[in-house]
Structure formats: structure tokens, C-alpha cells
Design a protein around this ligand. Structure first.
Ligand code: PGA
Length: 255
């Protein structure tokens, strides 16, 4: 059975102290209020990870992750952070291929494939993002774009490594805009992604892969999105910066 997952993506928000405060609130609320076997992940800026890991020791319920890693193991790459370094501070996930990385930092599918390898080699589970722009959707290229992102960015992994991957469908036009994909639009793409996984690997791998929706997901729309057959949770930006909203989104599984 695939896992139900809610992952927060803090992006470049929160100084160290505010991040620690937010995280301790999240831990407390999740411990007190969230039942069941959902997996909760917080992807913070790099500088918070070691501090956050001090809090995750006492609870099995919340994991931490980074939002990017470098593709090389080490070396003269000033300002970069390797997958091994992220792992060494207690993180277990890394977001790869977020549309902001693709758009502002020129990350290509080819580069992302190398980052995925680095993550897997170092024991980090990638949260691999795919999604089309508004222009691509309007010109009916969304299926094609997503298929290419999967094929070139992550489908090179052998099945046993792919089983560690979470896929996030994030339509670029829905990220941070307040415009959410409808449950029908999201379900259609999630089902398409699952079919692609089944064709590349097999149905058992496809059935076991968690596919998250991201893009203006909030406590109000989370339950109807999460109720869709192929939507296994969410990757949450803005609403992950408020402990109450984030926890209410996690609780949406039970509604
Ligand atoms: P949002 O961001 O929830 O603020 O739209 C989602 C994301 O970028 O992961």
C-alpha cells in the first residue's frame, strides 16, 4: 500500500529561530492531533535541517528534507550542498525539479537525473516534481511535457531505486497563485502519471508510488483533492508556513 504524504516546502522563508518555532509547533500538533499512518515531511532551507533533526529524534511522525542538492559528491562548487551533507544532518528527503528551480536556476531534466542519482546514492528519497506551465496547458501539451519530465528526469532509475521516489504534480500556474487545479484536472494528471509508471516499470511499482498534488493547496481544498483515487497527498508551499494550516491539511485525510 502506498503512503499518504503531506510535505511542506518552506522555500526561502523563515530565519533560523522562526523556523525552529514553527517546526516545534508542527511536531506538537501532529503528535496530539494527527492519527493514522500518514507521513509528514518538512522541507526547510538547508540551515535549519540540523536544528530540526534534534526535534525529530523523539517522534517517529515527522521527517525532514531539503529543497535541492548538488549532483556531485564533493569538490570545488562554492556555495553548493551535496546529498551526502544533507543526509549527514538527519534529513531523509530532497525535493528535486521544483518548477522554481527549473525556471530560475535553469535546471534541466538531464541535470535532475544526475541529482536523483546523487540523492539515491546517499540514501535520500527524492520528491520529484513535474508540471506544466499555463502556456503548455493552453496549447494542450501538458501530457507530453509531464511524460518528458518523467522519462528524462527520473525514469532512468532501476525499479528498486524508483520505489524510494515520491512524485509531486505541481502545475506551474497553480503554484503560489491561489488558483488550484480542480480535483478533476489533478486526478486526470495523477492517473496519467501512474499509467506512465506502470508502462515504464510495472503495475505493482505504479500502485506503490505516492503521487502528491501541489499548487495552492490549503485546508479548504485539501480534502476534496486527497479524496481522489490517485492523489496520495500534497506538497504544500504557502500553507506550510502556518502550523495550524499545515496540520489541518494533514487532517484532511481523515475528513
Ligand atoms: P504553494 O506552493 O502551495 O504556495 O502554491 C507549492 C509548491 O511550490 O510546492
Amino acid at each position: 500500500m502506498r503512503k499518504k504524504v503531506v510535505a511542506g516546502n518552506w522555500k526561502m522563508n523563515m530565519d533560523y529561530t522562526s523556523g525552529i518555532t514553527l517546526f516545534s509547533e508542527i511536531i506538537n500538533m501532529v503528535n496530539d492531533e494527527v492519527r493514522g499512518d500518514q507521513e509528514v515531511i518538512v522541507c526547510s532551507p538547508f540551515i535549519h535541517l540540523h536544528g530540526l533533526s534534534q526535534y525529530t529524534k523523539d517522534t517517529g511522525k515527522v521527517s525532514i528534507g531539503a529543497q535541492n542538492c548538488h549532483q556531485e559528491a564533493s569538490g570545488a562548487y562554492t556555495g553548493e550542498i551535496s546529498a551526502g551533507m544533507i543526509k549527514s544532518v538527519g534529513a531523509s528527503y530532497v525535493i528535486l525539479g521544483h518548477s522554481e528551480r527549473r525556471q530560475y536556476f535553469g535546471e534541466t531534466n538531464e541535470l535532475l537525473a544526475k541529482k536523483a542519482d546523487a540523492a539515491i546514492t546517499n540514501g535520500l528519497n527524492p520528491i520529484f516534481c513535474v508540471g506544466e506551465t499555463l502556456e503548455e496547458r493552453n496549447s494542450e501539451k501538458h501530457f507530453e511535457v509531464i511524460k518528458q519530465q518523467l522519462n528524462e528526469g527520473i525514469f532512468h532509475l532501476p525499479a528498486n531505486d524508483f520505489s524510494k521516489v515520491i512524485i509531486a504534480y505541481e502545475p506551474v500556474w497553480a503554484i503560489g497563485t491561489g488558483v488550484t487545479a480542480s480535483k478533476e484536472q489533478a486526478q486526470e494528471i495523477h492517473a496519467f502519471i501512474r499509467t506512465q509508471i506502470a508502462e515504464k516499470y510495472d503495475t505493482s511499482v505504479a500502485e506503490n508510488t505516492s503521487i502528491l498534488y501541489g499548487g495552492s493547496c490549503n485546508p479548504k481544498n485539501a480534502s476534496e483533492l486527497f479524496a481522489q483515487k490517485d492523489i496520495d497527498g500534497g506538497l504544500i508551499g504557502g500553507a506550510s508556513l502556518k502550523s495550524r494550516d499545515f496540520t489541518d491539511i494533514i487532517k484532511a485525510f481523515n475528513n
